[in-house]
Every structure is written in C-alpha cells, then in structure tokens.
Ligand binder design. Structure first.
Ligand code: FES
Length: 335
C-alpha cells in the first residue's frame, strides 16, 4: 500500500500550471491585516443583518403594503425580512470567499492516489494535514475571524425559527367546533336563501351553510369556518331513517350532515337517493345518511357528523345545536 502524501508543486514546469504568484496579503503584513478586518466586518455585518431580520419581522405588520418598483404592491414585512435575510446569507458567502482568496494558502497541491484503503499512517497524515490546513487558514489563530464567523453562523438559524410564527396560531379547540348554534338559520349555498322544509322533495339534496357565515367572512376574510360549516340537507321518508346521532335530529325526514369527508376532507354532495348513500369522489368513502352517517365503504374511519335541525317561528329550517363531534378528517383523534 502506498502512503498518500501532498507536495507543493513547482509551477511553471512539466505540469503546465502557470507560475505561482504571491498575493499582496502574502507579502505585506498590512494588507494581510486589512483583509482580516474586511472578512471579520462581513461576518459581523451578517450577524447584524440576522438580528435586523428578527426585528423587522416584529416591526412590520404583515398587512402593511409598500410599492416596489417593477414588482408593484407587496407586503412590507416580506420585502424587509426577505431582503435582510438575503443580505445576511450573502455576507457570510462573501466573507468566506474573501477569506479563501486573500488569506488561505493558495499554492496548488498534488495528492498521489493509489489504493483506496487507508493505513494508519495515511489517516494520521490526513488528520495532521487537516490541522495544519486549519492552522494555515487562520481559523485557529485568527480569533476575530473565527469568532465573527461562528457568531454569524449561530445567529443565522434564528430568523428561520422566528418565521415559523407565520404558520399561524395553534388551532386550540377550534377544530372541535363550528359556528353552528341553536337557532342559526340554514341557507342555500351559495345563493343564501332561507329554506322551508317543503322546498326539499323526498330524495332531494340541498347544499347549505349557516346564515352568519358570509358576515363572518366579510369581517375576517377567508376563514376556516366556511370550510367547516358547509352541510348537505337530504330528505327521505321518516320511516326510512334507521338511526340518527341524536334523538329526533331530523325534521320530517330531512337530515343534515357535514359536507366534509371524514377521510381527508374532500367536499361531498354525490347522493344516491335510493340507497341514501353519500359518496366521496376522492377515495370512494361511502356514508349511509339513513343510518347515522355510518361508513359503509372506503377508507374513512369515522361516520359523517350529523347536525341536529328544527324550524323557527317562521317555518324556516334552523340548527338545533352545533355538531356533537368534530367535522372533517379525524387526525386530531390520534393525539
Ligand atoms: S377524502 Fe373522501 S374518501 Fe378520501
């Protein structure tokens, strides 16, 4: 086995490489010191830009807009946070390049390679080379560069951690409730027309939603409430109802169920009125609306939540309460 070794190349000879020229930093100690200061300044500024990123995230509200030339209106927070983070990364890169070009050894080495197996002597030589390289690069001796680089690298992940805040608030108990409540009027989706029981023929299906949903969306923008609270109303003969999730939750054979599949959340309104089956088009889960929303086929693990309904003083359909169980995919039950 042949020992690996590295040797300085005598440039300008048979290897065809140009003659090695010394850099100013190799010759003049003042130039070397200036380069050290420049590298440290870039790493230091990178750290400051990292801190600035965090400060900007909190200083600029997400909904404040500014006009960026050629790009138009953008969130001020995105522009400043993104800009500062980019500057922080750029300065680490520029500092590292400047360090390598001006201060690290620049003479070429040739390493003879033979067998891939390393002997003890090879490994020892590699370790020695590593340390001599580290020493020559200045990482060990040039404390100011080492510390400023470590500082910049240590601060770099912090803005990323802070940005996780933008993933939104923890859901808390909001996944367990919807805006349905006793007396909440049921209206057609999307026309928002109140519904009388006689509007729904036996075998018919109506897509519906709570009357207060639109007002809530106007106030809060697009909220999850719209996704959670949509329902389907179907009518069957009262004697066809096998079971419900609560006592007398239908109104004269009209039953209301969530429209959100309990498998992965697809909206469903494919109804087969002879079997009373509601079919999800995504993965074919099938729910029996005459039998408390029971799963009769497919991957859904949980029945379709039922909404108790009644009529108000004017004879329009209203909810009698919220759903008794969470709507949508049942992943939170794993907790
Ligand atoms: S989302 Fe409905 S079956 Fe998968």
């Amino acid at each position: 086995m042949t020992e690996h070794h590295s040797t300085d190349v005598d440039h300008g000879h048979a290897d065809g490489l140009p003659e090695h020229k010394l850099r100013r930093t190799d010759v003049f100690p003042r130039a070397e010191k200036r380069a050290v200061r420049q590298v440290a300044a870039m790493f230091g500024l990178s750290a400051i830009a990292g801190i600035g990123t965090i400060a900007a995230f909190f200083a600029f509200p997400a909904d404040r807009l500014i006009t960026v030339p050629a790009l138009g209106q953008m969130s001020a927070q995105n522009v400043v946070v993104g800009g500062l983070m980019g500057v922080s990364i750029l300065l680490i890169g520029l500092g590292a390049i400047h360090w390598a070009r001006k201060l690290m050894p620049d003479h070429e080495l040739v390493q003879e390679r033979h067998d891939l197996d390393s002997t003890y002597a090879d490994r020892k030589a590699a370790i020695d080379e590593f340390w001599s390289g580290a020493e020559a690069s200045g990482f060990i001796n040039r404390k100011i560069i080492r510390r400023s680089l470590l500082g910049a690298m240590a601060l770099f992940p912090l803005p990323i951690i802070v940005l996780f805040k933008d993933l939104g608030p923890m859901p808390g108990t909001s996944l367990r409730h919807t805006i349905w409540k006793a007396g909440e009027q049921i209206v057609t989706d999307p026309q928002e027309r109140p519904i009388r029981p006689e509007d729904i023929p036996v075998g018919g299906l109506v897509n519906a939603m709570p009357v207060s949903l639109r007002k809530l969306q106007d106030k809060q923008g697009n909220s999850n409430e719209g996704v959670k609270s949509v329902i389907v109303l179907v009518r069957m003969r009262p004697d066809e109802i096998v079971a419900q999730q609560g006592k007398n939750w239908d109104y004269q054979g009209i039953v209301a169920y969530s429209k959100v599949c309990t498998h992965l959340g697809c909206p469903i309104s494919l109804y087969e009125h002879r079997t009373h089956h509601l079919l999800c088009p995504c993965h074919q889960s099938t729910f029996d609306l005459a039998d408390a929303g029971k799963v009769v086929f497919g991957p859904a693990a949980r029945r379709m939540p039922q909404l108790p309904i009644t009529v108000d003083a004017d004879g329009y359909l209203v909810a009698a309460a919220d759903f008794a169980e969470p709507v949508g995919p049942s992943f939170w039950e794993l907790g």
